[in-house]
Design a protein around this ligand. Structure first.
Ligand code: ZN
Length: 234
């Protein structure tokens, strides 16, 4: 169930019997030949499918995250950590005030992970609330299926290439790119990052079959649904 398909009366009614809520976290950043909005598209879609199945309201995804290292790739938008932390804190304040107590954040971008610090601070001031950050692509069910196909899979490679992240008419290179060295990447300013990673793929083939991707996706949705029911700590 999507918040955009609910009015406030329905939200109030829903909150009488369930205090869970889902919010997708995305990023708008280079994804090689895939959509700039890949992380937003994937977290939003996963949230909608899981939320519909479990009956938990899903908020519109946040299109922007923290991705300063991709700023030299045109189209990328990055928030400063304090901006992003303040944004998430204000959102959590509002959800809490509405009556939500269990917030399930479906994150599609590894660079957003430092927001955990802000969430930890917020939880200290809202001790009856629970917040989960679910890095869906790195979860056990998804990662085990990815690794079964290839261990060379990363940002903007085949593992993010779904029918809904491709750009119409764009042909994928038919090759396997060697994996980049994350330790080396971490030392570099954005201009050197662009020179180092070229088209933006961190390593791996550019595309696999739709059947393989559908299997990974189904596992991700299933796992998310299970977590929504079982992940919460007392
Ligand atoms: Zn991504």
């Amino acid at each position: 169930m999507q918040i955009e398909q609910m009015n406030w009366f329905q939200a109030e009614e829903h909150l009488k019997h369930d205090d869970r809520v889902i919010m997708p976290l995305g990023s708008t950043e280079q994804h090689a030949y895939l959509s700039l909005c890949t992380d937003f598209i994937l977290s939003s879609r996963l949230a909608q499918e899981a939320g519909d199945r479990v009956g938990v309201p899903v908020y519109p995804g946040l299109p922007f995250g923290m991705t300063s290292y991709f700023r030299e790739f045109p189209g990328t938008v990055s928030l400063r950590p304090d901006t992003y932390g303040a944004l998430i804190t204000d959102i959590l304040d509002s959800l809490y005030h509405s009556g939500f107590r269990r917030v399930f954040l479906i994150n599609g971008h590894g660079g957003n992970s430092p927001v955990q610090t802000y969430i930890g601070n917020w939880l200290n001031q809202h001790e009856d609330a629970r917040v989960v950050i679910h890095n869906w692509w790195a979860s056990p069910a998804v990662m085990s299926r990815v690794r079964a196909i290839s261990t060379n899979a990363s940002h903007a490679s085949w593992m993010e290439n779904f029918p809904w992240t491709r750009i119409d008419g764009v042909q994928m290179p038919n090759e396997e790119k060697p994996g980049i060295n994350p330790a080396k990447l971490g030392q570099l300013p954005a201009s050197a990052v662009r020179a180092y990673i070229g088209d933006g793929n961190y390593g791996g083939e550019y595309q696999r079959s739709d059947a393989e991707m559908a299997d990974i996706w189904a596992a991700g949705v299933e796992e998310t649904c299970q977590l929504l029911d079982s992940v919460w700590m007392k």
